[in-house]
Write a new protein. Structure first.
Length: 79
């Protein structure tokens, strides 16, 4: 699966509940769609690693790459 395909997949595998959002695959709940999307990216799909364009560190998820950029390079993503 590509990163572009993941967005459509994630949208199709989450459901709005009275408490927030839910992963249809395993039932994991979260306050917002982004929490469920991060959960799916970490637990349910295999995506190509993302590499830091400054130090070439590999990251499994988009969120972990954003945290690396913030903590290691003091760069805050607008995404």
């Amino acid at each position: 699966m590509t990163h572009e395909e993941f967005d459509d997949f994630a949208e199709s595998q989450m459901q709005k509940t009275h408490q927030g959002w839910c992963c249809i695959i395993c039932g994991q709940g979260g306050q917002s769609k982004i929490h469920i999307k991060r959960h799916m990216e970490a637990k349910h799909v295999v995506l190509p690693p993302q590499y830091c364009n400054l130090c070439n560190k590999a990251a499994k998820t988009s969120h972990s790459m954003r945290m690396h950029m913030k903590n290691a390079h003091n760069i805050i993503s607008q995404l």
